[in-house]
Design a protein around this ligand. Structure first.
Ligand code: HAM
Length: 431
């Protein structure tokens, strides 16, 4: 209890979450608008799936042995005794929805995009939060390498459209193989890990049994040294996967997109087959330098009991993208909070000012007025603060003749304007 007798509460947002205050929220809306416009040019439609799903959607889709599923999920039992999980990513949900709602039956294809919060119980640090925001796309039904090249291009073009220079970005690509070539490789890596068990950390030792490919992701210097000598999947791809990968690279080469092949890029989700990719930015980001990533998941829908349906996509993280934009000197300016401020000389004119502001808003103009009984001087200050380009001054004498004074805030010119034409005059002034 505090001194007022009220029971004190923890008034802080939970660890790893952040309130999106107006400047950041404006940037988030800017990213969503940019995505809507750009993604539509590539034929994508929006989709919104629930923020929580039956836990199984993620355990089966992402894989039991991944860090996400084994350590990072927000899972709870709902009042009906069901195991529910806050989504840690969007792909599993979109594929679940596509199967449930028959979006890609009979060999159809569908391009879908989404934007929203995701949840992972990770150790918070710069660019890593427990609730974070992603924009993602999923292209379902397309197996051809051109679909891979298109998705990768879209991600790169999106970042460029936001003002992140190509030179700041590193595009990494790899192929994860498929059910024909990966199982044998997996065994090979597991054997390699067992052979080097003494030189590897405890977790990598365990990975031989659970998820051997993840040993490539370990940050422990000793493990990095050992894994640098490990056999690479690139050298063990079956003919079909090798041809698919070669075709993706050829298309990217044809478009002049620079990329680096990173044979140790395995990504943290088990659903991937064939192409995987990641975009990293060093400037302004610490160790969490992946601003976006994705890949192909041709077996995911079958994992859910559906028909064999190829798919691929990417997701980008809003917080890290914003850091990359800041490092590149890009600022997202919002629109002025008011184009026009309607000031009144005294409170007896409050009703008239209120009606004028409403009329201007009805006419499509962003108009603000005082609701706190401010003096005329402080109404002008407020107009300045909001970035208003003009102030309409409602005074008793002018109003009696059906007019107001219009002040251009940049030139300081003042003109008497009839109420009938005020909206038009303001539109001209705003250009
Ligand atoms: P992901 O690589 O796990 O892929 O996440 C994509 C992006 O989300 C990352 O590159 C990063 O920018 C951001 N991100 C991930 N975790 C956090 C975090 N804790 N805090 C802040 N940002 C984070 C996926 O989620 C896949 N669903 C991508 C995909 C779509 N693959 C195929 N389709």
């Amino acid at each position: 209890m505090d001194t007022t007798g009220k029971v004190s509460m923890n008034a802080r947002a939970p660890k790893g979450t952040a309130d999106m205050l107006p400047d950041v929220a404006r940037a988030w809306e800017h990213l969503q608008r940019t995505a809507q416009t750009l993604f539509a040019r590539y034929g994508y439609e929006p989709i919104y799936t629930p923020i929580f799903e039956h836990t199984e959607v993620f355990t089966r889709g992402i894989g039991e042995a991944t860090d996400i599923v084994s350590k990072e999920m927000y899972t709870f039992e709902d009042k009906g005794g069901r195991s529910i999980t806050l989504r840690p990513e969007g792909t599993a949900s979109v594929v679940r929805a596509a199967l449930e709602r028959n979006l890609v039956a009979n060999g159809q294809s569908r391009k879908l995009y989404y934007a929203g919060p995701m949840f992972r119980y990770e150790r918070p640090q710069k660019g890593r939060t427990r609730q974070f925001w992603q924009i993602g796309v999923e292209a379902l039904g397309m197996a051809e390498p051109s679909a891979d090249a298109e998705v990768i291009m879209l991600l790169m073009c999106f970042f460029e459209e936001l003002g992140i220079p190509r030179a700041n970005m590193r595009l990494l690509i790899n192929s994860m193989g498929d059910e024909a070539c990966r199982p044998a490789y997996r065994e090979k890596i597991a054997g390699f890990i067992r052979e080097h068990d003494a030189e590897l950390c405890e977790e990598c030792g365990r990975r031989a049994e659970t998820n051997p490919l993840r040993a490539f992701d370990c940050k422990n210097p000793g493990c990095c040294k050992v894994m640098a000598e490990a056999p690479l999947l690139r050298d063990e791809l079956c003919d079909k996967c090798a041809a698919h990968y070669a075709a993706v690279k050829e298309l990217l080469d044809g478009l002049g997109v620079g990329y680096e092949e990173d044979p140790s890029l395995v990504r943290g989700l088990d659903y991937y087959t064939r192409t995987v990719f990641e975009v990293q930015v060093d400037a302004g980001l610490g160790s969490q330098n992946a601003i976006g990533g994705g890949g192909r998941y041709d077996r995911l829908m079958e994992e859910y009991g559906g028909p064999a349906t190829p798919g691929l996509g990417f997701a980008l993280g809003f917080e890290r993208t914003l850091l990359a934009m800041e490092a590149a000197g890009v600022t997202v300016l919002g629109p002025a909070l008011a184009e026009v401020y309607v000031a009144r000389v005294d409170d007896s004119l409050a009703g008239a000012a209120f009606a004028i502001a409403q009329e201007l808003r009805d006419g499509g103009i962003a108009a603000e007025l005082d609701h706190q009984g401010r003096s005329l001087k402080s109404q002008f200050k407020q107009a300045d603060r909001l970035g208003a380009r003009a102030v309409v001054v409602v005074g008793p004498d002018e109003l009696a003749t059906g007019a107001v004074t219009l002040r251009d805030m940049s030139t300081k010119d003042e003109t008497r304007v009839s109420l009938d034409t005020i909206a038009e005059r303001i539109k001209t002034l705003l250009g």
